[in-house]
Design a binder for this molecule. Structure first.
Ligand code: UGA
Length: 434
């Protein structure tokens, strides 16, 4: 098929490259000329495992020619379907800001007004249930002066890609959700995904757009709440002198619980869990429903960095002392620091008047935008040298392997938020939930 993907963020670039890998002809449309140039040179504009290889294979002069990028919306006129992968930021009250989606849909509609043949528009971004039907479709109808379901199709295809493993997750999905409000759109979405479905045997869920939108929120809410529940249990374990990881290993053997997402510690960050749980909670309140479980999940998540800092306080007063923050990305494998637990940890250290030395293998530059005035070390050893405490925030392998580097600390107090560190002898070691 000939496909267009609007937006070249983590999701847009990844799916454009993966669609090309499935054999489709793809054009990726973005307003940022630098991103477009990178893709056309066969280079990845973001840090994502496996993406450089796919872009090299399918874009650029030496590629298969199945993927190109442009800033020109008119390129979508030569395609059969368009996937909308635009950002959905947060308003101050946590609710979803749809302005970029609305502007993108308007531009898409205005372009499609010149097309007489059928075209299917698929919403890929995470949007509150009803958005595709009640907001995007009417914009497209107004701009094209055509009718959805008769002249063009509308679908919703939520993504379950994790940052850092997005390419792998796309090519080996645990499900493919196809939401459509008309048969023609559903059939087009099948044409896009059938090569993937055939090669992976992934289960397919066919539904309407509203349900597809809710499936995405339910998926992320459930996982975020699962981590918060194991953190709640983990905090109790710590108080009672029990190792939460031993407990998690045992309960994870129960098929009804499952072994994944039971790693207790500093909690969840990133762009998705915090934003999606906030958006669905705000949407629930608009309908006068108090989402108590999801509120509590967020409260527990906010609590974990405070507990990490208080365990540090139990051992050392860090006022005017050097403290190493090990890891800044919201999880290993990414340079993304959005809502990273490192942010409240660093703020807590600033309130205590500590001299902060942070280390991350790839995310330091992004964190510098939040905290330009703290120190950034070139290696974990340099961060630890002379420090009175070390706080483990991200479980990068390089951090997990630290050992004799702790010997260079002024006072070897190590508070581990991710159960990353093996070393115990000769240091004061505190785990968050163990
Ligand atoms: C998440 C979902 O896992 C994806 O399915 C979804 O597509 C994506 O959001 C999205 O909506 O775009 P992501 O935010 O990339 O993906 O990261 P995860 O691997 O899910 O981790 C989220 C956070 O939970 C991280 O901060 C991680 O450290 C934390 N976590 C995860 C734990 O604290 N413990 C665990 O056991 C698992």
């Amino acid at each position: 098929m000939h496909l267009s993907v609007v937006g070249s963020g983590y999701v847009g670039t990844t799916i454009a490259a993966c669609f090309a890998d499935l054999g489709h002809d793809v054009v990726n449309i973005d307003i940022d000329q630098n991103i477009v140039d990178a893709i056309n040179a066969g280079e990845a504009p973001i840090h994502e495992d496996g993406l450089p290889e796919l872009l090299k294979e399918h874009a650029g002069d030496d590629g298969t020619g199945r993927l190109r990028a442009t800033t020109d919306y008119a390129a979508l006129l030569d395609t059969d379907a368009t996937f909308l992968c635009l950002p959905t930021p947060q308003n101050d009250d946590g609710s979803i800001d749809l302005s970029i989606m609305e502007a993108g849909a308007a531009q898409l509609g205005a372009t499609l007004a010149d097309k007489d043949d059928w075209h299917t528009v698929v919403v890929k971004s995470t949007v509150i249930p009803g958005t595709t039907e009640d907001t995007i479709t009417p914009i497209l109808e107004t701009e094209t002066e055509q009718s959805a379901g008769e002249d063009f199709g509308v679908g919703m295809n939520p993504e379950f890609l994790r940052e850092g493993t997005a390419v792998h997750d796309f090519l080996d999905p645990d499900k493919v959700v196809l939401g459509a409000d008309d048969e023609h759109a559903l059939s087009d979405m099948h044409d896009v995904f059938d090569p993937l479905i055939d090669q992976t045997d992934a289960p397919v869920v066919e539904t309407d757009t509203r349900t597809a939108e809710m499936i995405k929120y339910a998926n992320n809410s459930f996982l975020a709440a699962k981590v918060s529940l194991i953190n709640d249990i983990g905090n109790i374990c710590k108080e009672l002198g029990v190792d939460a990881y031993e407990v998690a290993d045992a309960i994870g053997l129960d098929d009804r619980i499952g072994a994944q997402f039971l790693r207790s510690g500093l909690g969840w960050g990133g762009s998705c869990f915090p934003k999606d749980t906030a958006a669905i909670r705000a949407a629930a309140r608009q309908y006068d429903y108090e989402p108590r479980m999801l509120d509590a999940a967020t409260e527990v998540n906010d609590e974990q960095p405070k507990r990490l800092l208080s365990f540090m306080d139990d051992h050392v007063d860090v006022t005017n002392k050097r403290v190493a923050v090990l890891g800044l990305a919201f999880k290993p494998g990414t340079d993304d620091v959005r809502n990273s637990r490192a942010i409240p940890v660093i703020e807590g250290l600033q309130q205590r008047g500590a001299e902060i030395v942070a280390y991350d293998p790839i995310a330091a530059e992004n964190m510098r935008e939040h905290f330009p005035d703290i120190q950034y070390a070139e290696s974990p050893a340099a961060a630890l040298d002379g420090a009175s405490a070390a706080l483990v925030v991200t479980d990068w392998e390089e951090i997990a392997l630290l050992d004799e580097e702790f010997d260079a600390m002024a006072t070897p107090v190590v508070v581990d938020g991710r159960r990353a560190i093996d070393r115990r002898d000769g240091i004061v070691y505190e785990g968050l939930t163990w």
